[in-house]
Design a binder for this molecule. Structure first.
Ligand code: GDP
Ligand code: MG
Length: 446
């Protein structure tokens, strides 16, 4: 899968200080293969890889993220962009009922979706009317009625006596037109028109959908596509765009092991936003499409991005830079030491979560040996010191050490050990800084 592939790629990047051109090329190649394997259309892959490469090359050096994480972040952000960025909301008609027409191949999930959408609209306070314009399959009208019944939404169907009624052989264009009059009469504010599909792209079917569209001029034509069909989604989408035209896309069957390629390709090739996602047989398995969530799904790294953002926030880059400057100047005090510890605590409380992150290897060892209580002890001791003592621990004589130990609820030995460790650390830092090396995470206790 795409996610496994990227994870492997990033594994190779672990521990690198920064990205070389060769790293970026290798990563780009892996992403390219991964996307092709995920059924993303070739032109989309090319565009995507170029975008990631460009950004990786100029990537700002981040204090909190190693190169692998930076790549994950860039890939994620580019995925969101290519998936459309923001969620596109339904446009409601200014006057009269909002007309939503569904189009797509047979089996795409239109009829199921019609009812899910109706339920969703009902929950938004709307009063939808479902319209059965699939008069091709004998059971299609009944299927919509059953689904409508499940969500408590009425269905307008070509019963005998209704316009386009079965007794006239069934005319979907007439049914669609009449349904809008019905909606006005019965005060429905949204009309959802379910249409017929064929198993393949078919001129007659396209014409029928185009005729319905021309007759009722929907506010939204939604192209419904099965996310499991992979590359075929692109061909189908293009055919419907040319033959019928549509405003937005609905991806169905996202609960299956769809590889995500369809979502990426359809949006990118048709330029039409994916608006809704359908993910199961239950009527509530439906939601607005969220590009950021889909990007995570494609990466299949769950909440990795959230974690990375938390880590970035926890590790305050400004503070770190200030501390580094002070170290260099040999002015690193116990106060600074405490601040660094507190930063580490913020990271440390995420130890377990971080363990799941790709590329977190370099932090993991440190974090696993990390004792939360040790920070509490060190903090208590430093906070029992006066500002002058924190600035210059050399003034810490025996009576001061005893006062601090009592204040912190620790022993004098604890105070001594902290002061000694701090002294050693200071010495080490001065050596490192004068040797030109950057210190990593200073002040690991223990
Ligand atoms: P239509 O021919 O486009 O109207 O498609 P249907 O609504 O009749 O759906 C075809 C089949 O796909 C039915 O068996 C549905 O239960 C199933 N289906 C529709 N949407 C989903 C979905 O999101 N997830 C899953 N697993 N099945 C779905
Ligand atoms: Mg149907």
């Amino acid at each position: 899968t795409l996610s496994d592939r990227l994870a492997d790629t990033f594994k190779n990047l672990r521990g690198k200080g920064r990205l070389s051109e060769a790293d970026i090329d290798a990563t780009a190649r892996e992403i390219r293969i991964a996307l092709l394997e995920a059924d993303v259309a070739l032109p989309v892959v090319r565009e995507f890889v170029a975008a990631v490469k460009e950004r990786a090359t100029g990537a700002e050096v981040s204090q909190a993220l190693n190169p692998a994480q930076q790549i994950v972040k860039i890939v994620h952000e580019e995925l969101v962009t290519i998936l459309g960025g923001e969620t596109r909301r339904l446009r409601y008609a200014k006057t009269g009922p909002t007309v939503i027409m569904l189009a797509g191949l047979q089996g795409a999930g239109k009829t199921t979706l019609a009812a899910k959408l109706a339920l969703w609209l009902k929950e938004q306070g709307k009063s939808p009317l479902l319209v059965a314009c699939d008069l091709q399959r004998p059971n299609a009208v009944n299927q919509l009625q059953v689904n409508g019944g499940r969500v408590g939404v009425p269905v307008y169907a070509p019963e005998p006596g209704n316009a386009g009624g079965i007794e006239h052989g069934g005319n979907p264009v007439q049914v669609a037109q009449a349904s809008i009059e019905e909606a006005k009469r019965k005060l429905h504010d949204v009309v959802i028109i379910d249409t017929a599909g064929r198993l393949g792209i078919d001129a007659e079917l396209m014409q029928q959908a185009a005729d319905i569209r021309a007759a009722v001029q929907p506010d939204e034509v939604l192209f419904v596509v099965d996310a499991m069909i992979g590359q075929d989604a692109v061909t189908t989408a293009q055919a419907f765009l040319d033959g019928v035209g549509f405003d937005g896309v609905v991806l169905t069957k996202l609960d299956g092991d769809a590889r995500g390629g369809a979502a990426l390709s359809v949006r990118s090739i048709t330029g039409k936003p994916v608006m809704f996602a359908s993910s199961g047989e239950k009527m509530t398995d439906f939601d607005l499409f969220h590009p950021d969530r889909m990007a995570s799904r494609i990466l299949d790294m769950g909440d990795v991005m959230t974690l990375i953002e938390q880590a970035e926030k926890a590790f305050d880059a400004d503070e770190a830079a200030k501390a580094a400057a002070k170290m260099g100047a040999g002015q690193f005090t116990l106060d600074d030491f405490l601040k660094q510890m507190q930063q580490l605590r913020k990271l440390g409380s995420m130890t377990k979560l971080m363990g799941m992150l790709p590329g977190m290897g370099q932090f993991r060892d440190q974090l696993e040996n990390f004792d939360e209580r040790e920070i509490d002890r060190v903090q208590a001791i430093i906070q029992s010191m006066t500002p002058a003592e924190r600035e210059n621990p050399k003034i810490l004589n025996g009576s001061r050490r005893l006062r601090i130990a009592n204040g912190a609820g620790r022993t004098v030995t604890d105070v001594n050990s902290l002061v000694d460790r701090f002294g050693e650390m200071q010495k080490m830092m001065t050596q490192m800084m004068s040797g030109g090396g950057m210190p990593g995470m200073p002040g690991m206790p223990g």
